[in-house]
Design a protein around this ligand. Structure first.
Ligand SMILES: CC(=O)N[C@H]1[C@@H](OP(=O)(O)OP(=O)(O)OC[C@H]2O[C@@H](n3ccc(=O)[nH]c3=O)[C@H](O)[C@@H]2O)O[C@H](CO)[C@@H](O)[C@@H]1O
Length: 357
């Protein structure tokens, strides 16, 4: 008799930090029939339908305080819970995996109200509200940073780190870097999460000439909402709105200047990329600062508040590191020491244990 494959609904929506780890996990559950739950206008609509059926619902987060708009969001939430319950029942799903965020609300509530198992993965050092609130109701909660467990006292967590896309684990990936950079020059990569970071872009454009003079090349991933993105021209400067082959670039880079989203940090650990971290100041509950501290506490990065970082400070901090390659080497080793390259396997094992129990 042919066994029917297990049907799993993955609820992962929004930015790269939520969608990429779920794609990496799905690659380790090839024998499962996977469908996706997302919203109609976010990154999952570009990344998911090539491989998995994408079901979309309308859902959004609550704002501070309680008013008319909260009532509207609550109404939408109830509607989307009913929609997900219908999808789970009609699709005969046996479990749900989610990476948290708004989509996790209806996904967890619908699944648990039907008695289905739910595995939630929380990538951030300070878990999001949905994880803190619904974590105790999930069958298993995996965390990307060990310190996250301290913020989830009512939940038995499992530390798996955060899965990275498979190209990050390939030994030969650096050879696939298709940017015209000479072999032996120091490379600084600047990026701001999957959306770009206009404030960092500005600082970098004002600081970069001193780094060029020191022989460094700068690869600047500006995001696509920076009106000044094309204003700096230099033979040692490459500016792109977005770059797909981050695995090769982070391996090649001697230093990254970036935000501290959980996805980027995990990738930099796996690649051993030393970093200057500038947490996004408006991130929910300042969670990026908590993420960054995981790296600074082991000596893999230095941390600067955006409000306190001037051109002079950034310029001299980078020059100091360029002049002390042994310091960069120590940071590289420190980053690698906290990497968990088999995170996707660990998470897939957990999913199997819970769903097939
Ligand atoms: C503003 C905000 O609240 N961001 C959150 C969002 O992260 P967000 O998705 O913005 O940022 P992450 O650092 O987690 O991930 C960025 C991803 O985009 C990729 N990339 C980026 C630029 C580029 O040119 N090419 C490319 O592929 C990176 O390699 C990485 O995989 O979810 C994360 C996980 O919950 C949180 O930790 C972040 O704090």
């Amino acid at each position: 008799m042919v066994e029917t494959p297990i049907r799993l609904l993955i609820a992962a929506s929004g930015t790269g930090g939520h969608v990429f780890p779920a794609i990496a996990l799905a690659e380790h559950l090839r024998d499962y029939q996977i469908e996706w739950l997302g919203v109609p206008n976010r990154l999952e609509t570009q990344l998911v339908p090539k491989q998995y059926r994408l079901n979309t619902i309308g859902v959004e987060g609550f704002q501070q305080g309680f008013g008319i708009s909260s009532l509207r969001v609550l109404g939408k939430l109830i509607g989307s819970i009913l929609e997900v319950r219908k999808l789970l029942r009609q699709g005969n799903f046996q479990g749900v995996f989610t990476t948290g965020g708004y989509i996790a609300g209806p996904a967890v509530i619908a699944a648990r109200s039907l008695g289905l198992p739910v595995i939630l993965h929380e990538a951030n050092a300070l878990p999001g509200k949905v994880t803190r609130f619904l974590g105790p109701w999930c069958s298993a909660v995996a965390v990307g940073f060990e310190v996250a467990s301290e913020h989830l006292p009512r939940v038995k967590t499992i530390y798996t780190s955060t899965p990275v896309r498979s190209q990050f684990l390939s030994e030969e990936i650096e050879a696939s870097l298709d940017l015209p950079i000479p072999k032996d020059v120091p490379v600084i990569v600047v990026f701001g999460g999957s959306q770009g970071a206009v404030a960092i872009n500005k600082l970098v454009r004002q600081s970069a000439n001193a780094w060029f003079d020191a022989g460094a090349w700068v690869v600047h991933l500006t995001g696509d909402n920076d009106p000044e993105a094309e204003t700096l021209k230099h033979p040692q400067y490459i500016s792109l709105p977005f770059y797909d082959n981050m695995a090769a670039l982070l391996r090649r880079a001697n230093l990254a200047i970036t935000r501290s989203g959980a996805g980027s940090l995990t990738e930099m650990a796996v690649c051993g990329t030393p970093a200057i971290l500038i947490p996004y100041p408006f991130a929910a509950e300042d969670h990026q600062t908590y993420n960054a501290k995981v790296f600074t506490s082991v000596g893999a990065a230095s941390l600067f508040k955006q409000s306190e970082l001037t051109v002079q400070v950034l310029q001299s901090q980078v020059l100091k590191l360029l002049q002390h390659p042994e310091e960069l080497r120590k940071m590289r080793e420190a980053a690698k020491a906290i990497a968990v390259p088999d995170s996707a396997e660990k998470l897939a094992k957990l999913v199997r244990e819970v769903v097939e129990m």
